[in-house]
Design a protein around this ligand. Structure first.
Ligand code: GDP
Ligand code: CA
Length: 344
């Protein structure tokens, strides 16, 4: 079983941990791991240069979380983190005073930047970083091109009433409270999928879209030329999981992003936004929460195979159960497609 997951940071990490766990339970390899192979295509839209080092926040969230070295209380960064270097950087006026880089985290950024300076590509660096811990899944940055997301916000103090800033500034400094007009990924026109990304999607038995931010996580991944086409054309069923439950984002501030692309903060609207592959969209199956069961019927009319299941990932068991539901829906879609082919 080859599974490819498109994912962002926090929602992505919880879901991918569930996928890894569910695969180990369903297809045990006898050594505590799984015989299934899981590849995660990681959003790189949040990446940035800061204080002379390259940050890849979503990649690092997945890396730390899958390695079990993440801070589970705070929900991001390394466990047992200290901030001595950050205090010094603040004294020097380097970096952003409102964006703390932990000491252990800085170790990762320094290692990454050192390898980049030696000529390695981001995906080669990503491969080296994940050699340190046995993750049980393969993490692939979506692209080696720097596609850092900029946000255009309304600002009455500016002559033209608008201001552009890096996504991280908007997200962390302003807590996404400045109304976003548009998200712009740099260099998108000449970005290429990182090596292995298109192959993973096309060579999968199942593609899963994690309950990640539909705009700045999944939206960025699929706007890299070549990735949307690969998802649209793969023979594997594509199953997405809603990041919205009962009209609210479960964690985070994705609701501040959806209005900029004209999509309501509901599981139904996000499902329609991704759209059925049979109608020119990206997915075949869509999981909404039991609280959104009323969305199943209207979504079915759009060509999606929708189902309602519990979507809250509270711990490893609930994450694994959700992954299991997504895998089951994928199997149903595949049986359906095979049935269709054999009766042709
Ligand atoms: P980020 O990169 O850290 O912003 O994280 P992602 O893009 O991966 O995911 C953010 C999204 O994850 C948010 O929109 C949340 O609604 C969603 N999310 C977080 N926890 C859960 C959960 O337990 N269940 C579901 N269905 N979605 C979740
Ligand atoms: Ca992110």
């Amino acid at each position: 079983m080859r599974i490819t997951v498109l994912a962002g940071g926090v929602g992505g990490s919880r879901f991918v941990r569930g996928v890894r766990e569910e695969c180990a339970r369903r297809w045990p390899d006898g050594n505590g791991g799984s015989a299934a192979s899981v590849t995660v295509i990681v959003n790189t839209g949040d990446d940035l240069w800061l204080a002379g080092v390259r940050l890849m926040p979503d990649f690092d969230s997945l890396l730390y979380s899958l390695a079990g070295v993440n801070d589970t209380e705070r929900g991001w960064g390394r466990a047992g983190e200290t901030e001595r270097v950050a205090a010094e950087l603040r004294e020097w006026g380097v970096g952003w005073p409102w964006f703390t880089l932990g000491d252990l985290d800085l170790g990762t950024h320094l290692a990454r930047t050192a390898w980049l300076r030696e000529g390695a590509t981001p995906s080669e660096v990503a491969a080296r970083l994940q050699r340190r811990w046995p993750l049980g899944v393969r993490l692939l940055p979506a692209t080696d091109t720097e596609v850092d997301t900029q946000v255009l916000v309304a600002d009455a103090d500016e002559l033209d009433g608008e201001r552009e800033m890096h996504f991280q500034e908007w997200w962390t400094r302003y807590r996404a409270a400045l109304p976003a007009i548009e998200f712009r990924q740099r260099n998108l026109d000449h970005a290429h999928p990182a090596p292995g990304v298109v192959e993973a999607i096309r060579g999968s038995d199942l593609v899963l879209v994690a309950p990640s931010n539909p705009v700045v996580s999944i939206g960025t991944i699929v706007s890299i030329p070549g990735i949307r086409e690969a998802v649209r054309e793969t023979h594997a069923p594509v199953v997405g999981v809603s990041p919205i439950i009962g009209g609210k984002v479960v964690r985070g501030m994705a609701d501040a992003c959806l209005p900029a692309i004209g999509v309501d903060t509901t599981a139904e609207a996000v499902g329609r936004h991704y759209g059925a592959r049979s109608a020119g969209g990206l997915i075949d199956g869509w999981l909404v929460d039991d609280a959104d069961a009323a969305a199943v019927e209207p979504l079915t009319e759009t060509g999606l195979v929708a189902a309602s299941v519990p979507l809250w990932m509270r711990d490893l068991d609930t994450s694994a159960a959700l992954a299991g539901q997504a895998i089951d829906l994928g199997e149903r879609l595949r049986d359906h497609a095979t049935g269709r082919e054999s009766t042709r």
